[in-house]
Design a protein around this ligand. Structure first.
Ligand SMILES: O=P(O)(O)OC[C@@H](O)[C@@H](O)c1c[nH]c2ccccc12
Length: 263
């Protein structure tokens, strides 16, 4: 959309690092686990569909968790997570493609690769079920090409938007899994109203995900009432400030937000 304008300094430096990174040489061929199927299964079990994120740290988190990523992912699945998101960005999020590969071997839910993908070459690093593409960083033509290239390799593209015009751009190029990021990439502030204002403009057949800033069962219910098919939650589950925080319990609390009346 407006590549590289008005971004927070941390985001600028992440993009700079991403431009330097290339993927592997072997074109991957993924047999993807379906996110819509996993969401339907969660709904059938009365679990709120939560995509729990393994994020060792971030530019906005108040600490770093150096737990084994596989143990974290398994703890999230034990808490009822529908899918796992894994940050593979190394410079600001403490992530790695290897961690994702190990997690995908260890769990049987869909796994999202969360990174700053700018070029097709970056797609060939690692097999994942879903691949994040961020509209903000990509011209429409590049977005369309990357969606095609991702699908050719078997990935389900999850296209991230932040406002209505980005949503229109995503729909125009055929995105069918769309995440609305409540965090803006200019000031890095979170506002759940972002999802509420964008969601009504998405057609029903799109799988719509509320991303970022969901920290309590009340937030979960608020996003679900606004039309979220699933929620993407990192910080509230990782709880970076508390190294011994129970990731399974943190996940379960959000997953059961519609069946237990905790606030
Ligand atoms: O930790 P939170 O506020 O629950 O947010 C998770 C996830 O939405 C966030 O990590 C995220 C959303 N879009 C991104 C793009 C790149 C890196 C990270 C992200």
């Amino acid at each position: 959309m407006n590549p590289d304008t008005d971004l927070a300094p941390a985001v600028e430096s992440i993009l700079e690092a991403a431009r330097e990174r290339t993927g592997g040489d072997e074109v991957v061929d993924v047999d993807a686990r379906s996110l819509p199927d996993a969401i339907a299964q969660a709904e059938a079990d009365d679990r709120v569909p939560v995509i729990a994120e393994v994020k060792p740290t971030s530019p906005t988190s108040d600490g770093t968790r150096d737990d084994d990523p596989v143990e974290l992912a398994e703890a999230m699945v034990a808490g009822g997570a529908t899918a796992i998101s894994v940050l593979t960005e190394p410079s600001h999020f403490g992530g790695s493609p290897e961690a994702l590969t190990r997690i995908r071997e260890a769990v049987d839910v869909p796994v999202l690769r969360k990174d700053f993908v700018l070029r097709e070459k970056q797609l060939d690093t690692v097999e994942a079920d879903l691949l994040l593409l961020i509209v903000r960083f990509l011209e429409t033509d590049a977005l369309e090409e990357l969606i095609g290239a991702a699908r050719e390799r078997g990935f389900q593209p999850l296209v991230e938007v932040h406002d209505r015009s980005e949503l229109e751009a995503a729909l125009e190029v055929g995105a069918d899994i769309i995440g609305v990021n409540n965090r803006d990439l200019a000031r890095l502030e979170v506002d759940l109203e972002t999802f509420e204002s964008v969601a009504p403009h998405a057609p029903d057949e799109v799988t719509l995900i509320a991303e970022s800033g969901v920290s309590s069962p009340a937030d979960v219910r608020r996003m679900r009432e606004a039309g979220a098919d699933a929620l993407l939650v990192g910080s509230a589950i990782m709880d970076h400030g508390a190294a011994d925080s129970d990731v399974t319990e943190n996940t379960r609390r959000l997953v059961s937000a519609e069946t237990e009346d905790e606030t």
